[in-house]
Design a protein around this ligand. Structure first.
Ligand code: IPM
Ligand code: MN
Length: 349
């Protein structure tokens, strides 16, 4: 049963395959019986090139008023030079994460048949507002032979602790109840020390959760060779960015990977988006896999308190993946279209 509420959702389809996969996600949400009042926002590379707007203060304020934000993908085609590098990343995606205080980037992974990590079931809790992403640094003597470029990593006690606490809460609710801090404490001796101390201090409050630590380079090996050792991984912003691409690849492909940019304190809307990008090369061909967007929408429903529909969508996606006419079939086999996959998931609800 869904609640009888109507949730107000800002929808940023974005560029490339973004609008196509978001349309399927909204179709599945409707089929699950959840009522949304959606407001489309034209943001992204194409919108920037048309209007010069990356994200205005006025648009940001409008976004704040919604219960949640569903985003497809934003970005120009690979190799295009029309949009300056970093403009959309910093000006739109990261700005939303920072301004809306989306301090946890939650990325769950469950293996798909045939994947390297077919049986994996873990979640990465990525700190989403600090680290190297905070933008500390700058140039000195730019463009000269004596140029200096620095890029610092910002780690606050408050920022690390709230992320670590979220990860422990999540681990405590899961069957395996295992938390692994991933960092590089042997080299990043300041930031790593803070992260490890915070984990050590919070751990006694969660006696049912077992704690472990891996260096990030070793974690890359384990993700490939022993992914079953992970349940909840907590890590900093940049390590989390890199690890979740690897995790997506070993779990079956980035086309399945969902993410929730969460403001757990609920001082504003949270943002839900597939991990993949705009994939302009397949936009409009019907070859985009909408499952990551559908899973992201299910995470949105969970956050909005629509637990039963969220679970039903999760099960429908899992059933489609295990029984469906494989989006993950052998090379050369016909792959169902974006719309057909959305339909197939909706039919299973
Ligand atoms: C992601 C993306 C973003 C990030 C980019 C587009 C800014 O790679 O969500 O993982 O680095 O966080
Ligand atoms: Mn990334």
């Amino acid at each position: 049963m869904s609640t009888d509420r109507t949730h107000s959702v800002a929808v940023i389809g974005g560029d490339g395959i973004g609008p196509e996969v978001v349309a399927e996600a909204l179709k599945v949400v409707a089929a699950a019986g959840v009522r949304l009042r959606t407001t489309p926002y034209e943001l992204g590379a194409a919108h920037y090139l048309q209007t010069g707007e990356v994200l205005s203060d006025a648009t940001l304020d409008e976004l704040r008023a919604h219960d949640a934000i569903l985003l497809g993908a934003v970005g120009p085609p690979v190799g295009s030079s029309e949009v300056p590098p970093g403009l959309l990343e910093r000006g739109l995606l990261l700005r939303l994460r920072f301004e809306l205080d989306l301090y946890v980037n939650l990325r769950p992974f469950t293996g798909t048949p045939g994947a390297l990590a077919a049986d994996c079931d873990f979640a990465v809790v990525r700190e989403n507002t600090e680290g190297t992403y905070a933008g500390e640094g700058g140039f000195l003597r730019k463009g000269t032979p004596h140029e200096v470029a620095t890029q610092g990593s910002v780690n606050t006690r408050m920022g690390v602790e709230r992320c670590v606490r979220f990860a422990f809460e999540l681990a405590a609710r899961r069957a395996a109840r295992r938390l692994t801090l991933v960092h590089k404490t042997n080299v990043l001796t300041f930031a790593g020390d803070l992260w490890q101390r915070v984990v050590d201090e919070v751990a006694p409050q969660y006696p049912g959760v077992s704690c472990d630590y891996n260096h990030v380079d070793a974690a890359c090996i384990y993700l490939v060779e022993q992914p079953g050792r992970y349940d909840v991984v907590v890590t900093d912003n940049l390590f989390g960015d890199i690890l979740t691409d690897l995790a997506g690849a070993v779990a079956g492909g980035i086309g399945f990977a969902a993410s929730a940019n969460l403001n757990p304190a609920r001082t504003g809307p949270s943002l839900f988006e597939p991990v993949h990008g705009a994939a302009h090369d397949i936009a409009g061909t019907g070859r985009a896999n909408p499952l990551a967007a559908i899973r992201s929408a299910a995470m949105m429903l969970e956050h909005l308190g629509e637990h039963a529909p969220a679970e039903r969508i999760g099960k429908a996606v899992a059933s489609y993946i295990s029984e469906g006419p494989g989006a993950q079939g052998p090379p050369g086999s016909p792959v169902p279209s974006t719309v057909a996959i959305g339909d197939a998931v909706a039919e299973r609800l």
